[in-house]
Design a protein around this ligand. Structure first.
Ligand SMILES: [Zn+2]
Length: 167
């Protein structure tokens, strides 16, 4: 990808104001690199064990993202860039599942490839794709942290307007 497009992707990610803006960029990047896409996806937020980032129930349009984990990342990194990179990598992973790449051995290298093509090797997204999103939380006792369990929530207008992380 030409350097000016990489620069544009970085700017878009760093200024994204929540799930739907990160999501738009994810879809744009996948379209560009893999020439694939799918509309009408829905995002749900739920509090899950912290070893789980997100999942895509096979045969649905849904992605379920671990709200408790996103909130811990937000609190520990205190960086919009890292938080958005983290959300990007999780959404990209589940989106690729939704596009028909079922196996982890297919999805993981593709998450890395899309990130590298669109952001460059050294950028946060690519590093998270390479080392795993949990590399951001190294040293935190995830097994001992307990997030309060709230009700599952749907992100309204996920495919459309702006949606901030915290309600
Ligand atoms: Zn997976």
């Amino acid at each position: 990808m030409p350097p000016d497009e990489i620069e544009e992707n970085r700017k878009r990610l760093e200024s994204a104001q929540g799930y739907s803006e990160v999501w738009r960029l994810t879809k744009h990047n996948v379209r560009k690199v893999l020439d694939k896409g799918r509309s009408s996806m829905m995002l749900f937020l739920d509090d899950m064990p912290l070893r789980l980032g997100a999942y895509h129930p096979l045969g649905t349009n849904n992605i379920v993202l671990n709200r408790a984990l996103v909130q811990i990342v937000e609190a520990t990194t205190n960086s919009t860039k890292l938080l958005n990179a983290f959300v990007y990598v999780l959404l990209l992973h589940e989106y690729l599942h939704a596009l028909g790449y079922v196996r982890e051995t297919q999805v993981r290298p593709l998450v890395y490839q899309v990130s590298k093509d669109c952001f460059g090797e050294e950028y946060a997204t690519t590093q998270l794709a390479k080392l795993g999103p949990w590399s951001l939380l190294q040293g935190l006792p995830l097994d001992r942290l307990k997030a309060p369990k709230k009700v599952i929530e749907i992100v309204k207008d996920f495919e459309k307007a702006n949606r901030r992380y915290i309600v």
